[in-house]
Each structure stands twice: as C-alpha cells, then as structure tokens.
Ligand binder design. Structure first.
Ligand code: C2E
Ligand code: MG
Ligand code: MG
Ligand code: MG
Length: 289
C-alpha cells in the first residue's frame, strides 16, 4: 500500500515536473520571437527627489504582452530570459530603447534628468558591455550622466576583479551606477566601498510595515545613515503610503519611488505624471509649513 502510494506520488510529481518544463519551454520559445514581433515595451516609474519635490529620474521596467498569454510579469519571464541567454539581446534592446526614449522626451520639451535601467549579471559580464553602453549613448546623443545602471548585489559578488574593471570603465564613461534591491543579498556596505557606486536602492521588502516593524525600520534607518557617511545617494523603493514617506523623510532619505507617487506608466503618460507629482509635492510641503 505504502509502496503503491509512493509510486503514485512519484508519478504525479514527475508529470507536474514535465508540465513545468513544458511551460518554461513554451515561454522560452515565445520569448525567442518576442523581439522580432515587437512584443516588448518599456514602462517608466518616476523617482522623486524629496528635497525639491521634482522627478529626478525614471526607471525603465520591461513589459511583455504575448498575443495569447497576454501580459506576462517580468518576475516570471526575466529568470527564463536569463537562463536561456536571451537576456543578452533583450537587455540590449532595453538599453537602446530607454536611451532613445529619454532623448525623445527631451526633444518634445519634457526634461527628465536621467533614466535608470536594470542590468542582468550575464549582460554585465559580457565582453564589450561598457563599449556598447558608450556606443548607445553616442547614438542617442545623451550625456552619459543621464543614464543610470541598476545592478544587484549578486552581480557585484560575482568575479570581483572583472566586476571592478567593468565598473571602472563605466565610471570613466560617466554613467551612474546604483545597487538595486540593496539588503537582500549578502554584501555589506564596507564590501561595496571598493566599487565606484553612487546610489543604493533600499529593497522594498524593508519598507513593508515600516511604521510598526521595528526591525525593518532599524535596517532602513541604518542603511540611510551609513550611506550618508559614505557619500552615497539612497533611493527607497516600494513607497505606497504617506506614513512610510514621513518616516523616510525623518531619516533624511533623499529619494523615493513607489505606487504612492506613480505606478510604472507608458512613456506617453510621463509628462502628465511628472506634473501631477510636482503639484502633490508642493501641496505636501505647504501642509508642513
Ligand atoms: P526592480 O528593478 O527592483 O523594480 C521594481 C519593481 O517594484 C517593479 O516591478 C515595480 O513595478 C515594483 N514597484 C514599484 N513601486 C512599487 C510599490 O510601491 N509597491 C510594490 N509592491 N511594488 C512596486 P516589475 O516591473 O514587476 O519588475 C520586477 C523586476 O523584474 C525588477 O525589479 C527587475 O529586477 C526585473 N526587471 C524589470 N525590467 C527589467 C529589465 O529591463 N531588465 C532586467 N534585467 N530586469 C528587469
Ligand atoms: Mg530596478
Ligand atoms: Mg529593486
Ligand atoms: Mg528586483
């Protein structure tokens, strides 16, 4: 009896594994065609400078709409793209499209200071990455400081020597460098000191219930204080409520990003969203006076 049910369990498990793999294969094949079929778009989420109340930059976030599957979340397809190597082409498309979009806004009289893009480990480690970045900046006629690259701690922990070389090359070009999802990896602030990083993005998991969760509040506060000492900018991600914003403000957080100000939006909506944020920020500071 036990043996039989054991066998059944094994079979069930096996079948579901196959389904899972089949699903991944389907996604991978669909991803393979997505670029050629023009199924990717970028949405942009404003980053708000708490001192000036202005939008200081926007983060480009990849969106994929498959004709049958519909909108697929990046949390799901980015890992498939990374494992299949497709992220190299996709990431290159993101880099180019985000730079061109920033130039388009400016040509339309909408001045956005910078655009941030997410860079995968494989993309970053690929030979010629920094040269490619320089080339795209030239083609889109942008000053390099207008581009920020978001790297995760994992990227920085891999092959430290090569990483330092690439980061230095990027720094020489003049692009800005940020550590994304800071606090979720195993790197320490002292480890990060060896890299020419300008900004930390505190992971949104530390902002969850920050008004009541003392551990989260203490971590966020410690990161902000140490970053200040080290001369790093800090952006808090995932700000959804006013109460979170007030707490961050009290700890001298300089920049925030989150649904409170805006969800990621299509490029055509950016001018009105920036205007709305300006009005919101002005009203908020009047209330404080
Ligand atoms: P990320 O770079 O940390 O981006 C922030 C994520 O948090 C985005 O999810 C954004 O929509 C979400 N978010 C922003 N504000 C809030 C908030 O107030 N509350 C909550 N709950 N969430 C908020 P999204 O767009 O689903 O992207 C997920 C992840 O996928 C990104 O995390 C990034 O790691 C990856 N990703 C997205 N686009 C790209 C890309 O072009 N290239 C690469 N390599 N990865 C990307
Ligand atoms: Mg990011
Ligand atoms: Mg993040
Ligand atoms: Mg993330």
């Amino acid at each position: 009896q036990a043996k039989r049910s054991g066998k059944n369990t094994y079979r069930l498990f096996d079948v579901s594994m196959n389904d899972d793999m089949r699903q991944r294969m389907r996604i991978e094949n669909a991803l393979r065609q997505a670029l050629a079929r023009d199924e990717f778009t970028l949405h942009y989420q404003p980053q708000v400078d708490l001192h000036s109340g202005e939008v200081s930059g926007v983060e480009a976030l990849l969106r994929w709409t498959h004709p049958e599957l519909g909108a697929v979340s990046p949390q799901f397809f980015i890992p498939v793209a990374e494992e299949s190597g497709l992220i190299l082409q996709i990431g290159d498309w993101v880099l180019r499209e985000a730079c061109l979009q920033l130039a388009r806004w400016r040509a339309d009289g909408v001045f956005i200071q910078r655009v941030a893009i997410n860079v995968s480990a494989n993309q970053f480690a690929r030979r010629g990455f920094s040269e490619r970045v320089a080339q795209v900046l030239r083609e889109s006629v942008l000053d390099p400081a207008s581009l920020e690259l978001e790297l995760t701690e994992t990227v920085l922990m891999n092959q430290p020597r090569e990483t330092v070389t690439t980061l230095r090359a990027l720094k020489t070009i003049g692009v800005q460098l940020a550590v994304d999802d800071f606090g979720t990896g195993y790197s320490s602030l002292s480890y990060l000191r060896r890299f020419p990083i300008g900004r930390l993005k505190i992971d949104k998991s530390f902002l969850v219930d920050i008004e009541r969760d003392r551990d989260n509040a203490a971590i966020a506060q410690a990161v902000m204080a140490m970053a200040e000492t080290m001369g790093l900018e800090v952006t808090a991600e995932g700000v959804e409520r006013h109460s979170q914003l007030e707490l961050l403000r009290a700890h001298h957080c300089s920049e925030v990003q989150g649904f409170l100000f805006s969800r990621p939006v299509a490029p055509a909506s950016i001018p009105e969203v920036c205007q709305a944020i300006r009005i919101m920020a002005a009203t908020a500071s009047e209330e404080l006076e």
